[in-house]
Design a protein around this ligand. Structure first.
Ligand code: PMT
Length: 394
C-alpha cells in the first residue's frame, strides 16, 4: 500500500524526534517516497543529514531554502502528498496547526494539503492533558485530522505518564488505514440532519430534547471523508463545525423542514439523525409568560413530519430512538414514513443514544432485514450505516 506513495513526514522539536528516524527508514523500506519536513526546533534533536541519508531525499527545514526542489513551489509538496504524518507532534505545533498558522514549511503543507493528515503527539503528560492542548486536538479532529494516541510509559522527565510516541508499527498502521480510506461516495450528495429542535413557548422557554448532534455530525463527517458532498442541517448543537461540509443552522422543526426541503433537491440521500419535536406550542407568546396563581395548560399541535412530507427522489433514512420494543417500534416508523432504511437506536443504556460518544443500533431495511451492530463509536456506526446507504444509492 505504501509503494510509490509520497508520504510527507513532519518532525517537530521533541525528544521523540529520534524515533522519527526509524519511521522514515521503515517507510522508505516499504517503498514510500518519504519527504521529510523538519521544524527548526526538530533540527536540535536530530540532524537533517541523518534523515537525508535514510530517505535519499532532500530534507526541508526552511520555506526559503534554495537547494530544495520544493522550495520554489512549496504548495506542490502539499499536492504531491498521499498522506502527511507528523511524528512526533509537539503541543506547540498542534496549537499552531489548530489556528492555521503557516509561517514554516510544515504549517504551510498541512494548510495546503487535501490529503489525510495524521498526527502523533508526544510530549510531557501534563502538557498533553492540559485543556488547551486537548481543545486544540478536538478542533483538529473536527477538521478531519487523525490522531494517534500517545502511550503511557517513562517520559523524558523520568516520570511515568501518557505522552510517549507509539512504536513505528502502530504509526505505519495508522498511515495505511488513512491511505485505504474508501472514496465510495464520490459524486454523491447527502443531506444529514443533527441535533434536537426547540419549539418556543415564549421568548425564554422552549420544548426541547437531549440530542447533542454527535450521531448526525459523525455521519456527515464520515460521508465527507468518503467523498460525498454533504449538507448538514444542524439544530441547536454546540459541537465544533466540521470543515468541508455545508452547514445550515436551524432551531425549530418548521425551520428544519424548510432547510431540508431546499437541500434535498439534488440529493441522493437524506439521513435524519435529528431528534425532531413531535409537538410544538400552538402559538409562541410574544412576551414572557408570568407565573399565575392557577396551574397552566399549554396547547400543543403537531409539527410537520419532515421525513414523511419532504418530496423528492432520494433515499430516505430515518432514526428511531427507542426504549422498549426497539425493533418493532422502529419497523412501524419505517413503514409509516415510507423509508428505505431505519436505524433503531437503543437508548436504555448510558453508553448509547443521546449525548453518548458510542452507540448501539440496529439497521433495518424495507424488507424488514435487521443488522444488529455491536457497541461502536458513533463514527464507526456512521461508517456501517453509510455502507448500507451506498449499496442502496447504487
Ligand atoms: O444527537 P445525539 O446526542 O448523538 O443522539 C443521537 C440520537 C439519539 C438523537 C439519534 O441517534 C436518533 O435516534 N434520532 C432520532 C430520534 C427519534 O426518536 O426520532 P423519532 O422517532 O421521533 O422520529 C423518527 C424519524 O423521523 C427520525 O429520523 C426523525 O428525524 C424523523 N422525524 C421526526 C419527527 C418529525 N416531525 N419529523 C421527522 O422527520
Amino acid at each position: 500500500m505504501l509503494k510509490n506513495k509520497t508520504i510527507v513526514l513532519g518532525i517537530t522539536g521533541g525528544i521523540a524526534a529520534y524515533k522519527a528516524v526509524d519511521l522514515a527508514s521503515k517507510l522508505t523500506q516499504a517503498g514510500a517516497r518519504v519527504e521529510v519536513v523538519m521544524t527548526e526546533a526538530a533540527t536540535n534533536f536530530v540532524t537533517p543529514l541523518t534523515l537525508r541519508n535514510i530517505t535519499h531525499r532532500q530534507v526541508v527545514t526552511d520555506m526559503f531554502e534554495s537547494n530544495s526542489e520544493w522550495s520554489e513551489e512549496h504548495i506542490a509538496l502539499a499536492e504531491a502528498a498521499a498522506a502527511v504524518i507528523i511524528a512526533p507532534a509537539t503541543a506547540n505545533t498542534i496549537a499552531r496547526l489548530a489556528t492555521g498558522i503557516a509561517d514554516n514549511m510544515l504549517g504551510t503543507v498541512v494548510l495546503a494539503t487535501k490529503s489525510p493528515v495524521i498526527i502523533a503527539p508526544a510530549m510531557n503528560d501534563v502538557m498533553y492533558a492540559n485543556t488547551v492542548t486537548q481543545k486544540n486536538i478536538a478542533k483538529l479532529k473536527s477538521r478531519g485530522f487523525t490522531f494517534i494516541e500517545p502511550e503511557h510509559g517513562r517520559l523524558a522527565s523520568g516520570k511515568m505518564g501518557k505522552g510517549r510516541l507509539p512504536d513505528t508499527a502502530t504509526i505505519i498502521k495508522a498511515i495505511e488505514k488513512a491511505l485505504g480510506q474508501k472514496q465510495d461516495l464520490t459524486g454523491k450528495r447527502i443531506v444529514v440532519t443533527a441535533g434536537g429542535t426547540r419549539e418556543p413557548i415564549d421568548p425564554v422557554r422552549h420544548i426541547g430534547n437531549r440530542s447533542s448532534g454527535k450521531m448526525g455530525y459523525a455521519l456527515a463527517e464520515a460521508a465527507r471523508d468518503r467523498g460525498a458532498k454533504v449538507t448538514l442541517v444542524s439544530a441547536n448543537v454546540t459541537l465544533e463545525e466540521p470543515s468541508g461540509i455545508e452547514i445550515i443552522k436551524v432551531k425549530t422543526a418548521a425551520e428544519m423542514k424548510r432547510s431540508v426541503s431546499g437541500a434535498v433537491k439534488k440529493a441522493d440521500a437524506l439521513i435524519m439523525a435529528a431528534a425532531v419535536a413531535d409537538y410544538q406550542p400552538e402559538a409562541m407568546a410574544k412576551a414572557k409568560i408570568k407565573k399565575g396563581k392557577q396551574d397552566m395548560t399549554l396547547k400543543l399541535v403537531k409539527t410537520p413530519d419532515i421525513l414523511g412530507e419532504v418530496k423528492g427522489k432520494f433515499l430516505r433514512v430515518g432514526f428511531a430512538a427507542e426504549s422498549e420494543n426497539i425493533i418493532s417500534n422502529a419497523k412501524k416508523k419505517l413503514t409509516e414514513k415510507k423509508l428505505d432504511l431505519i436505524v433503531a437506536n437503543d437508548i436504555t443504556k448510558s453508553d448509547s443514544g443521546f449525548d453518548a460518544d458510542t452507540n448501539r443500533v440496529v439497521i433495518i431495511d424495507k424488507k424488514g432485514k435487521a443488522e444488529k451492530l455491536p457497541l461502536l463509536s458513533k463514527r464507526e456506526a456512521a461508517e456501517r450505516i453509510l455502507d448500507m446507504v451506498k449499496g442502496l444509492i447504487n
